[in-house]
Design a binder for this molecule. Sequence first.
Ligand code: 3H9
Length: 655
Amino acid sequence: MSLLSIAQHGEIAVVTLDNPPVNAISAAVRQALVAAVARCDADAAVRGVVLCCAGRTFLAGADVKEFGLPPVPPHLPDVVAAIEGAAKPWMAAIHGAALGGGLEIAMACRFRVAAPDARLGLPEVTLGVMPGASGTLRLPRLIGVAEAARMILTGTPVAAPWAQKAGLIDALIGGDLAEGAAAVLAERLAAPVPVPVSARPLGPCATEVLEAAEALAKRGGKAARVALETLRYATEVPYEAALIRERENFLALRASPEAAALRHVFFAERAAPRPVALKGVSPKTLGAVGVVGGGTMGAGIAAACLLAGLKVHLLERDTASLGRGRDTIGRTLRSAAARGKLPVEEAEARLAGLGAHTDAAGLAACDLVIEAVFEDIAVKRQVFADLDRACRPDTVLATNTSYLDPRRIAQGLSHPERFLGLHFFSPAHVMKLLEIIPVPQTAPATLATAFALGGRLGKVPVQSGICEGFIGNRILKRTRAEAEALLRAGVSIAEVDAAMRGFGFRMGPFETQDLGGLDIAYLQREGARAEGLEVAETLGDILVRAGRKGQKTFGGWYDYATDSRQPVTSAEVAALLAPHVAAPAPLPPALIVARMLAAMAAEGRAILDEGIAGGPAEIDLVQIHGYGFPREKGGPMYHAEAGLCPEAPVRATAS
Ligand code: 3H9
């Protein structure tokens, strides 16, 4: 099919755009649309025009691939103006999603109809930009400033039924959308055509609406703040003046380093679930999933599967542990229902369908089983020996380990080709990252099934080779060592944390350790020492030996009051570490950040050299989705590659 085709339905021309995969508005699409306006205007047989799209969705927005290039005319605002100014009224017929420039084009049409399951949104801020083709002017004119601000500043799309009630679309159409839209348009043309959206009035904004919008913008990044300023301006000046300001602000944001970084993440996230090596490999059907272990991790994984609509069977060693696991899963699902993630009755129905077993035989019907028991090789091996007997030979078996070598766990399996590692991050129903770790025998179909599970759970799946800590925890270990090296050189704990927060991390490295507990990594080091390995003493070891395990003992790198999570600089820590650290030698935050990021990138490069990660973008995804690296900075590899990470200073060297 050609990029744009026009069919005649009586007096209505149906313009169909076909630019797979998502009908992004490329330069060719813009040209075709402007030409279609002229062609329909010139055709005496045409009274009105329906714009619809082939494939899975209506226009998904401006073509993001063009954002890094010089703009090519006709620009999106030209297309919007041509459609709004057309002599024959246009109607947008939306299926799938109308996003960004796609919704802006729809709002330039005199009428909008949608399939009941369509979504509409202005997600530009998630790409570090803002609507740049009249979205900030038209949306408030259609649904009011308060709702428009919520959609623009959060970037969250709305469902078509909501959009109809709010006045964003005129009607919902079931069945054949193009035909239905043509019929509705023919009917509407019997009455006077409504004025263009741009001609509608937009009054000044109420103070409370502005305050709510300001609170939303504060939670967003720079793009949200600029979008709010643009929106506010649109309520104060005539349409044409606001249009100029919107375009200027859009172009400035488009050129920002944040937008470039967010585009990198956007494409990396879309490439990650489809590794080239698995092209053409079909995953196995995922009906029922088994989870072994109902502790924090197992219950989180089970909840994630239930939330994704999978049938789940939980296996525990006794009824008491099973009961505790079920309670945890129940709390998670009910809290998700309370937050509107799924209807309450649906949450209860899924919980009622949760299989609970104390014998591995209960998992016989599962297509995939994830083991999430204690990180002990002997315990895990026993679990897999039981699963090997109880499950079908084609059931995929996965271990959720963060540090153990999956090859050692797989030893003795009768069908190692169906085995791999799946490293979830806690809380497993929230955290997006899923590290997928094949062993040498893992079959492509097993690997494809793991990626399919990741997709089903809404995770960002990243394949990792086998090394200590895989991709994420290996980099974490290196950065923690760097943070301690800074302390040894005389930088304070609070300075390091503040610098990393200033860069965009929610918490600094020491605050994060206090939250998660210092004892976990300590016990791993002790385990390695017990096996005769040489593991250097860390400053963290000194604190754990003094009973300071983090927030749970009201003291780690910081002190905590019994009723507060507020970190307070600790005199005890200062005394404990005094023999190991230099005299205070503060370092500017930018240099602290440079040191920490350089360590991350250096470990990332080593990981790439060893073939542990497929590419630098995968490492960025791991850091963003598992370790709190600020998304708008693009990840440590992108940051270093883009030359945004200056060479680490030499003054405070790692000890
Ligand atoms: C904008 O519009 C600015 C304007 O206001 C002003 C301009 C002046 N461009 O997500 P998927 C590719 S900003 C180019 O897996 P799904 C994607 O990379 C834009 N490519 O599909 C992938 O490629 P590949 C505002 C795009 O079915 C393939 O399509 N719009 C674009 O799960 C499939 O993607 C947005 O932010 C794009 N805009 O979900 C919408 N979008 O196959 C972003 C996708 O080579 N898009 N691709 O890996 C989405 O949210 C989803 O793609 C969508 C479909 C919901 C549409």
